[in-house]
Design a binder for this molecule. Structure first.
Ligand SMILES: [Zn+2]
Length: 64
């Protein structure tokens, strides 16, 4: 079951849209879909991204 989450930008009061962006974190870069406001460009970083991809990157670095 997939719940579609709607996010509204606080500033512009418009719905944020999915956008794939490139992140650079601890010297590694990866692409991830985030919610982004089409008006002001503010992105919403989900907890899933922080706990998922970013901890993966940290693990990769620790393994060295
Ligand atoms: Zn906005």
């Amino acid at each position: 079951m997939e719940k579609k989450q709607k996010l509204i930008c606080d500033r512009c009061k418009v719905e944020m849209v999915d956008k794939e962006v490139q992140f650079s974190y601890l010297g590694k870069s990866f692409r991830h879909k985030v919610k982004r406001c089409p008006e002001c460009g503010q992105v919403y970083i989900s907890e899933e991204l922080v706990k998922g991809r970013m901890s993966q990157v940290e693990k990769m670095l620790e393994d060295k």
